[in-house]
Design a protein around this ligand. Structure first.
Ligand code: FDM
Length: 211
């Protein structure tokens, strides 16, 4: 926590389909950790505030058209342009809660039919999360929640493909939480695994990179 400047923060990533509840869980988690006195920031990708982010945003809003490979590389570039800041924050002891990361990049682009290894390549060398939490919901249930905002990828048929791609990405750093549980239950489970991860990082777990 704040007083212990020698230990680093944790890189926590939340992933899942659109409407899985990621965004509201990440803000609840942020609020909780902040209130507990942790140094913490809430991030999201795409970060639409940068120049690259604005190109992504206009693509998602169907205001521009880009080759599938080109937009994939822009999403990746959007993470690369934040990499240095991310490392500085973590090393100075700030925990980052990140709403979507490289896994979204690979899951969404490979769902369009791009080669998965090609999709992973530009992510190599970005910081590896200490914890990835997948909020698990079926595409059908997510669609029932309504509120798909009309952006490019917010369609049931496409989300089904994304769900399949995500499944191929799960590894030992992933924790899966049933996203159909009551919000408070999800919040509690999330707090528990995140606090564990923060503790492990405080005890000296090294930062690593995606390979
Ligand atoms: N998305 C997000 C990608 O296709 N690739 C990426 O690398 C990232 C980070 O962008 F449909 C997709 C996922 C989603 C869309 O995300 C916008 P938000 O979370 O709705 O802003």
């Amino acid at each position: 926590n704040k007083e212990n400047s020698s230990s680093r923060g944790a890189l926590i990533v939340l992933e899942g389909l659109d409407r899985c509840g990621k965004t509201s869980q990440s803000s609840r988690l942020y609020k909780y950790l902040d209130e507990q006195g942790y140094s913490v920031e809430s991030w999201r990708f795409p970060d639409r505030n940068t120049g690259v982010g604005q190109m992504i945003s206009s693509y998602l809003a169907n205001q521009s058209h880009l080759d599938d490979h080109a937009i994939h590389l822009l999403f990746s570039a959007n993470r690369w342009e934040k990499r240095m800041l991310m490392e500085d924050k973590l090393r100075s002891g700030t925990t980052l809660i990140v709403d979507r990361y490289s896994y979204s990049g690979v899951a969404f682009s490979s769902a369009k039919g791009l080669d998965i290894e090609w999709c992973k390549a530009p992510e190599i060398g970005l910081l590896a999360p200490d914890l990835v939490v997948y909020l698990d919901i079926s595409p059908e249930k997510a669609a029932e929640r309504g509120g798909y905002g009309g952006e490019r990828y917010e369609q049931l048929e496409f989300q089904k493909k994304v769900a399949k791609s995500y499944l191929t990405l799960h590894d030992s750093s992933w924790k899966v939480i049933d996203a159909t549980l009551p919000v408070e239950d999800i919040e509690e489970k999330l707090r528990e695994i995140v606090l564990d991860s923060i503790t492990i990082c405080q005890k000296g777990k090294l930062l690593s990179q995606l390979r």
